[in-house]
Design a binder for this molecule. Structure first.
Ligand code: ABU
Length: 374
């Protein structure tokens, strides 16, 4: 009799995969980084734009006529190759700082899949590990993305999460969303909007600051998602602050960046005296200088706004990884005592991810349970 060993999807994430040092332990955006996941560009693709959930997530500023001109499918090979090169440079830089770097396993994002309610012609990518997983202290939280094509995206991190689970982490998943057509609404402006039929949000809608979390209500995170997150975290002493009417589109991390306790970087086109989250009012504010528009025009409709330049990764409270082209922002950070390691993601806007998006910090120095607003 022959026996076959079936390797679970995502379990083999490379023979050179580093061991995890213990459970996940990351409760903020700025304390000294010890372990991190860096995404991969290989196999990245644009999901079917005609799917209502893709329209909402990636192109909700386009009307249906404009949408008809968008093509899904494979991205140009040079975009993926150059992005892999840029990510490798980032990995080496982080390793040079003594940070343990994990990478997602290879996932075939071209495979179609379906549920009883819909079919997706493909997945999307493993480029932004930040988007779908929220680490809160010792807990890995799989968030309920509203994007159908991303339903299986965490397969690439499953093997890593198994290791963290064995090392003592907790691991929970939000209720798996059904993502039926009824979740998506078409507004009076004939553009798509996220409804409230079930909890739906992405982890990158959230910023962590010890006991306080900021949750952006927008096209990538509904109120019901905030209620679910609060139901999980409030009994453990956390406060989930809704951030409303700040940015209606995808994610919070090009709008507010927490630099260190007491210092916040704010997007001047989105944050105002009226809508700044109350908890941040007592912090020093660094208004982000204008972004220098650089990088690739590989696709007609990039997945991020030019403000991706403020999507930075704090490696320590006094050290940031920032887009090398953003000279004014770099100078402003340095004036505030923050050193900068300049890096480049040539196709960051095309792929929809800067240095915060393409990383997922699994271990940082500061323990959970710190009240930074006491
Ligand atoms: N995931 C960050 C994208 C945010 C923005 O386009 O401004």
């Amino acid at each position: 009799m022959t026996t076959t060993t079936v390797q679970p999807v995502g379990a083999d994430y490379g023979t050179d995969a580093p061991a995890v040092g213990g459970p996940v332990s990351s409760a903020d955006e700025f304390s000294t980084l010890r372990e991190v996941v860096v995404g991969r560009a290989s196999g990245a693709r644009i999901p079917n734009p005609q799917d209502i959930s893709t329209w909402l997530a990636l192109y909700s500023h386009l009307d249906s006529k404009q949408l008809a001109g968008i093509e899904g499918g494979e991205l140009p090979a040079y975009v993926l190759e150059e992005t892999e090169e840029d990510l490798e440079v980032l990995v080496e830089s982080l390793r040079g700082l003594g940070v343990v770097v994990h990478r997602p396993a290879d996932v075939d994002h071209a495979r179609p899949f379906s549920t009883p309610h819909w079919e997706s012609t493909s997945g999307m990518y493993s480029y932004c590990p930040r988007d779908l997983t929220l680490i809160v202290g010792d807990t890995i939280i799989e968030t309920p993305s509203s994007v159908r094509a991303r339903y299986h995206e965490l397969d690439g991190l499953r093997g890593l999460f198994h290791r963290y689970l064995r090392a003592g982490s907790r691991w929970v998943s939000a209720p798996k969303p059904q993502l039926r057509d009824e979740l998506y609404e078409i507004g009076a402006d004939k553009l798509p909007a996220l409804g409230e039929l079930e909890p739906a949000f992405e982890a990158a809608n959230v910023l962590r600051c010890g006991l306080d979390l900021f949750y952006q209500v927008s096209s990538s995170g509904n109120e019901f998602g905030r209620i679910w997150l609060e139901s999980l975290l409030a009994p453990r002493g956390y406060r989930v602050h809704p951030v409303r009417d700040v940015y209606p589109f995808t994610h919070l991390d090009s709008t507010i960046s927490l630099i260190r306790p007491g210092l916040v970087l704010l997007n001047p086109e989105r944050v105002t005296e009226d809508n700044i989250p109350d908890a941040l009012r007592r912090w020093d504010r660094l208004w982000c200088p204008p972004m220098r528009q650089v990088g690739s025009h590989a696709t007609a409709q990039p997945l991020s706004s030019p403000w991706l330049g403020m999507n930075l990764l704090m490696v320590a409270p006094d050290l940031a990884i920032v887009d090398a082209a953003q000279h004014e922002l770099i100078a402003a950070l340095e004036r505030h005592g923050v050193g900068v390691l300049p890096h480049t993601l040539r196709h960051g806007q095309v792929l929809g991810g800067g240095f915060h998006c393409v990383t997922l910090d699994t271990v940082r120095d500061a323990p959970a349970g710190i009240d930074y607003f006491a």
